[in-house]
Design a protein around this ligand. Structure first.
Ligand SMILES: Nc1nc2c(c(=O)[nH]1)N[C@H]1C(S)=C(S)[C@@H](COP(=O)(O)O)O[C@H]1N2
Ligand SMILES: [Mo]
Length: 569
């Protein structure tokens, strides 16, 4: 098999043009330009094949080992740096959080493929100029080409490690932060190296340069007459073959990405029960879901570890069996998202079983000055809460939800339950509990949410009958919930006249200090007309819910839930 395009006579003269006046010949110059264009085309083709190979490697590493590739980790790295108004502007611009997430990842994939393909051009130029000076090296690749790839690799890898440092703790299969970081770094290196190797091999193949350069052999370089080798150009057959390999790699990476996309969170992120089925305990499959991710972690229990480290005397690492061997607490707790509007249903209640966090902290021996805990999730998510809250006996490292292992979307195998605070502190897929002696900020905190994450007292109607007209004299069972963080609900009152007068509602299910109360109020409207109904609750400290209307940014919404009842004759 010929490893080198036979050099046509015209090219031999181009090759020798250092010694003659061929540069002055316009026809030869045109031939030389055309030849360079073909060379650059070979570079682009090689770059494309190489980046598609890298995409396959990245997708396999993501799927198999949970190593986050840049199209996923870069948006994750950037998201906390947006302020809340910009974050919401983007969310609106891209049709919701899911739309924004999709945009981020696909932009990343496109940018990566574009940049990788484009890198083929400088590689081709450097390689061909190197070939002129030194001829092909031992591997059929001029040293300049290898150097180019080596330097590019070092720069891109080093830059990635610096830029992505905070999110290298992510491992979607559940490795804890201290292991995840080197594994992520190695995964990036392997990915980038697959690109570099792919570029070298694909370019060498497509331009027909084998292990030895026949041109170089035929015209050995001398000091007086340095080479004027023509740039290598692709042979049609090899270009076709390379294109076919590229198509196969493109297909493979497409299938892998599609496979990951089928595990994407789009169908369930932000979901809430559509049919109001209000029960004291929410069935697991109706529990609301919120996640920052495009593809949630699917933790392998055998990979999963929980590290308790930082400002402690003795770091500890627990595997699942070691954690579940510790004395556990079972408690009913309601969770609600900070972006839950008054009257909305991003809130649910489950019975959680887990180890009190303070058991783990006591074993590690927090040092004097412990201020906060900095939590790490397998998805690189972070959040914080005061050390005092971490020592609260109700703050759990939970591994059961309503008597079963929590499903992936709720943090399998282990998540935090932090009564009193908004859902975001309830870190899912938790892999690290880091004690710190200085203030730190988590994923959403950096955007400017908070600083107060205490759930304010809330109450709301949850009565489907109010959606339609109501007959005068009919019995209407008004029903709803009230929730007061970790303070419990002691009283719920209903107003039928827009808050002018209040009547006590009956407590159908009191819940616990940590969970919602369900209330009912039997109403029989006597007159037709539009009634403005309102509800308010009093918490366990005797404090009445605030009537002040506050939006969800930056500390969660407050105010009375009001609904209109259309009573007809
Ligand atoms: N690791 C991790 N934990 C997380 C999140 C996340 O994106 N990643 N989202 C938080 C937010 S904003 C909320 S409201 C709750 C939702 O918990 P749920 O989906 O089980 O209802 O999880 C919190 N824990
Ligand atoms: Mo949330």
């Amino acid at each position: 098999m010929s490893t080198l395009l036979p050099v046509p006579p015209s090219d031999r003269s181009v090759m020798d043009r250092g010694n003659d006046s061929s540069l002055a010949d316009p026809a030869r110059t045109r031939g030389s330009i055309a030849r360079w264009l073909l060379t650059l085309g070979a570079g682009l083709l090689a770059g494309l094949v190489a980046v598609l190979l890298m995409t396959v490697v990245m997708a396999l590493l993501r799927w198999g080992l949970g190593i986050s590739p840049p199209p996923e980790s870069v948006p994750d790295r950037l998201a906390p740096t947006f302020n809340i108004p910009d974050f919401f502007r983007l969310i609106n611009q891209y049709g919701g959080y899911n739309g924004l997430k999709r945009f981020g990842v696909w932009t990343g994939i496109r940018a990566m493929i574009g940049a990788g393909t484009a890198l083929g051009i400088p590689y081709a130029v450097v390689t061909e100029l190197g070939r002129r000076r030194t001829g092909a090296g031992r591997l059929g690749v001029p040293r300049a080409g290898l150097l180019f790839v080596g330097i590019a690799l070092a720069l891109v890898w080093g830059g990635s490690l610096i830029f992505l440092w905070p999110v290298l703790t992510a491992n979607y299969r559940g490795l804890p932060p201290s292991t995840a970081r080197p594994v992520s770094a190695a995964g990036l290196l392997l990915s980038y190296a697959s690109f570099g190797a792919g570029l070298i091999v694909a370019y060498r193949f497509v331009t027909g340069h084998g292990g030895r350069s026949r041109v170089a052999e035929e015209t050995p370089a001398t000091a007086e007459a340095p080479h004027r080798l023509p740039p290598a150009i692709p042979t049609p057959r090899r270009a076709l073959l390379t294109g076919a390999v590229g198509a196969a790699l493109g297909f493979a990476s497409y299938r892998l990405i599609k496979r990951l996309e089928s595990e994407a969170v789009f169908p369930y992120d932000g979901t809430r029960p559509r049919q109001p089925q209000l029960t004291a305990i929410t069935p697991v499959d109706q529990f609301y879901v919120v996640t920052k991710n495009v593809v949630d972690p699917r933790v392998i229990k055998a990979f999963w570890r929980l590290e308790v480290m930082g400002h402690v005397d003795q770091s500890h690492t627990y595997d699942f069996d070691a954690l579940t061997a510790l004395p556990a607490t079972t408690q009913e707790t309601t969770l609600t998202c900070i972006s839950n509007q008054v009257g909305d249903t991003l809130l649910s209640t489950a019975v959680w079983k887990g180890v009190p966090m303070r058991t783990l902290l006591a074993a590690a021996g927090p040092k004097a000055g412990a201020l906060e805990v900095y939590l790490h999730g397998a998805d690189g998510y972070t959040d914080t809460f005061p050390f005092e809250t971490a020592m609260d006996p109700n703050t759990l490292v939970a591994y059961e939800m309503n008597g079963q292992a929590p499903p992936d979307r709720h943090g399998y195998p282990v998540r935090l339950i932090v009564p009193g605070f908004f859902g975001e502190k309830n870190v899912k897929w938790v892999t690290g509990i880091e004690v710190v002696d200085h203030p730190v900020q988590g994923f959403y905190e950096q955007q400017g949410w908070g600083p107060n994450f205490v759930v304010p007292t809330r109450s709301q109607f949850y009565t489907p009958a109010l959606n339609g007209p109501i007959k005068v004299g009919a019995d209407v069972a008004l029903r709803g919930l009230a929730f007061a963080g970790n303070r419990g609900v002691t009283k719920v009152e209903i107003s039928l006249d827009d808050g002018k007068s209040w009547q006590p509602a009956a407590i159908e299910s009191p819940g616990t200090k940590l969970s919602w109360a369900l209330w009912t109020y039997d109403w029989r409207p006597a007159q037709p007309g539009d009634y403005r109904l309102a509800v308010r609750a009093t918490d366990g400290t005797g404090t009445l819910q605030t009537p002040d209307n506050r939006g969800i940014v930056p500390q969660g919404a407050t105010g009375y839930h009001r609904v209109t009842a259309h009573v007809v004759a």
